[in-house]
Design a protein around this ligand. Structure first.
Ligand code: GLN
Length: 452
């Protein structure tokens, strides 16, 4: 009944929201039937989940919202998808996103944008806008996202939902279509903090098939969320990043954030100002590192191995077919990143760009480590602005990249961070971000649940 109710909801509203690229009704009902028969049990047995289309799902179309993967049905599943299935969840289908997870609005999906359920004329964030919108429109109670530079948290913030980026290596990347391998982190999306923690605990943990997976158990995030929900934060130190002040956030965003901070102080938390002087370089460092890794990862889309192939008429060379396929299959933002990354990695420029960005990454990591000697978590708004109207930031890539101002430092460091709804500005949701030390994911769940 639960699976059917969500499929019915999708039929009723997804024409307007467009959260899904593919609905797997048959697969969902079969998974639900297995739970009914008692074949699978567990904390999430029977609970529907929507999965970002960048996750390989055996036999179920997986496109990463790109034309180049149209029609591809993976012969294997991502580890996290196998864990979802083993836990008895009911995967409803694949959600829309910016092509290859590059963007902050889903406007770069090759299959058309997702509309924000709060205002259909506005973006749902990105890249995981489909997963967040599916939650906000009650098409799914849980969803999977991936966070390379904010793609779980920023969509959570602008749709009034919860999005958590686990510690890098705390969730397996096996079967995740790679964008920037040193940053990519799958994680949970939900409508409340405890649900996100439950989903996190199901998908997280060591995986031998991912060489960067951390061979340690996930901290008890569910217990932490329940502890936070009791509303006592006595002794918890919240760090306010000095350099984030005067950052050009919308006034309404700052106001909602400040109000929530005061609410946390009433629960016993203490606010300490900390300095992270290198955070100001996070955006430029990220927009060199991520495109560099992407230019390498996306080299595999050659018109031979997967999906689309253009111009293979028997007379053209392999190189011509490859180039025609890539020209037709990749959208403008993906091309921009491949060109930028190839340039930054080329001989003579490597040290000046990529090498320099890696040094900045180390400095940002040190800023975090130093800050966490003084405080338990860092807090900030998730993103400087509320959901913006379609088309308002696509003409200048830099305007789009600014959406990631507060989310990206965490990715470069590798720690966990969560976005929790914290009120409205001009009738639109604002997100409150909590950043924790690596492998201390439980801390952000505790503070996040106290905020709810
Ligand atoms: N806005 C970021 C980018 O475009 C989001 C990346 C992500 O987290 N997938 O690179």
């Amino acid at each position: 009944e639960v699976a059917q109710a969500h499929l019915d909801r999708i039929s009723a509203v997804d024409e307007r929201v467009h959260a899904f690229l593919h609905v797997d009704a048959e697969g969902a009902l079969a998974a639900a039937a297995r739970v009914d028969k008692g074949e699978v049990t567990g904390p999430l047995a029977g609970v529907p989940v929507a999965v970002k289309d960048v996750i390989a799902t055996k036999g179920v179309p997986t496109t990463a919202a790109s034309k180049i993967l149209e029609g591809w049905r993976p012969p294997y599943s991502a580890t996290i998808y196998e864990r979802l299935q083993a836990a008895g969840t009911v995967p409803l289908g694949k959600t829309n996103m910016d092509e290859f997870a590059m963007g902050s609005s889903t406007e770069y999906s090759a299959y058309g944008p997702t509309n924000n359920p709060w205002d259909l004329g506005r973006i749902p964030g990105g890249s995981g806008g489909g997963s967040a919108a599916a939650l906000a429109a009650y098409e799914a109670p849980l969803a999977i996202g991936t966070d390379t530079g904010g793609s779980i948290r920023q969509p959570g913030a602008v749709t009034g939902t919860v999005g958590a980026k686990p510690t890098y290596g705390g969730t397996s990347r096996y079967g995740l279509i790679a964008f920037s391998s040193s940053l990519d982190t799958p994680g949970p999306c939900a409508r409340n903090v405890e649900d996100a923690a439950l989903l996190h605990s199901v998908i997280g943990g060591h995986d031998v098939r991912d060489s960067t997976s951390i061979p340690q158990p996930v901290p008890d995030v569910v217990a932490a969320a329940r502890l936070g929900a009791t509303g006592d934060l006595t002794g918890v130190k919240l760090g306010l990043v000095k350099e984030f002040a005067g950052d050009g956030s919308e006034a309404g965003v700052t106001a909602a954030f400040r109000e929530s901070l005061e609410a946390l102080v009433k629960l016993g938390a203490e606010v300490v100002e900390v300095s992270c002087p290198n955070f100001q370089y996070a955006l430029p460092a990220y927009y060199l590192i991520a495109p560099s890794e992407c230019s390498s990862n996306l080299a595999r889309f050659d018109g031979v191995r997967y999906g689309l192939r253009v111009g293979d008429d028997g007379n053209r060379s392999l190189e011509e077919v490859m180039s025609l396929t890539r020209d037709a299959g990749f959208g403008p933002e993906v091309k921009r990143r491949i060109i930028l990354g190839t340039y930054a990695l080329s001989s003579g420029y490597y040290d000046a760009y990529y090498g320099q960005a890696q040094k900045v990454r180390t400095l940002i990591t040190r800023d975090f480590e130093k800050a966490f000697e003084q405080v338990d978590v860092l807090v900030s708004p998730t993103t400087p602005f509320v959901a913006f109207p379609f088309g308002s930031r696509t003409s200048d890539p830099y305007q789009m990249y600014l959406a990631d101002l507060f989310t990206i430092p965490t990715n470069l460091y590798g720690g966990p961070a969560i976005s929790v709804p914290c009120g409205l500005s001009e009738g639109l949701p604002v997100g409150f971000q909590i950043m924790a030390p690596t492998m201390a994911d439980d801390r952000m769940y505790r503070v996040g649940a106290a905020l709810e």
